[in-house]
Design a protein around this ligand. Sequence first.
Ligand SMILES: [Mn+2]
Length: 325
Amino acid sequence: MFSQNSHFHWQGRVDNDGGRNSYRWHQVMEQSTRLTDIALLGFNCDLGVAANKGRVGAKEGPDAIRSNICSFAWHLNHSIKDLGNVQQQNNLEATQDHFAQQINGALNSSKFVIGLGGGHEIALASYAGLRNYLRAKPKAKIGIINFDAHFDLRKPLPHASSGTPFYQIAQTCELDCESFHYICLGVAKGANTQVLFDCANSLKVGYLLDEDCQWNTDLVKAKGLLTPMLQGVDEVYVTVCLDAFPAALAPGVSAPSSLGISVPFVIAIIRWLCEQQASLNFNWRLMDIAELNPKYDIDARTAKLAARILFESVHAKAESGFDHN
Ligand SMILES: [Mn+2]
């Protein structure tokens, strides 16, 4: 059935010059299910990428991210664990269901959970995991922030894929009589048909084009777009599709972008998001990083970028505190 234990061996450089102050990620990573502040969970799946006619290989993404964060310096006084990988089955829905269950469990045993993709079909599973976790708070509204070149709002016709998760979430919201709160930052006009823009508009999706996610001045626009959504939701789920970044920085993805969005833009928004949790009264406890395809990576550039985004997100959360409203 599903393999859950990661075979991954956390190892790397060891400096013996400062006790805990010389620690790196591999030295603090726990591989247990005990309560921790932070948890990692891998999604070894690219069935959605294959169904979307993308180049497959993203199922090897989670361990490539781990390999590249192993020797990052650990500056925090918090606990972190690795819950291993949910393995791909021959059926996309079954793999997503299992990942959703594991995310639900991870949210019960950690305050901040990061999913490591895997294709962007991870988003449907992450959202379902968070929704199930929040079952005790049935009225909790979830807002989604997606850094992505693509809306991923295709209809699952004939199949669900890595291009359909947010349409599927919108359908779930409709069935549950909930409103759909979704903002996509980094949309490449040439990579999304007019049908997808029309769909985004009819679902009241907020978005910025890639050309508007480049500079410090663009942060003002992004914050202006995000603030009303954040004021109206209780929970935020953040998903980073690595194809949002330029191919020079992120060649190892299923569908590379030429222009892409800027890395400092994304890090600045993540930090700002953490700072806003208390004043705008929402919780951010779940994120994922999707679409790393090591097969097409060059010198582990994309995996290093994913590791940096993971590092920055954990630091930003730690600075704002892991406790929730
Ligand atoms: Mn995507």
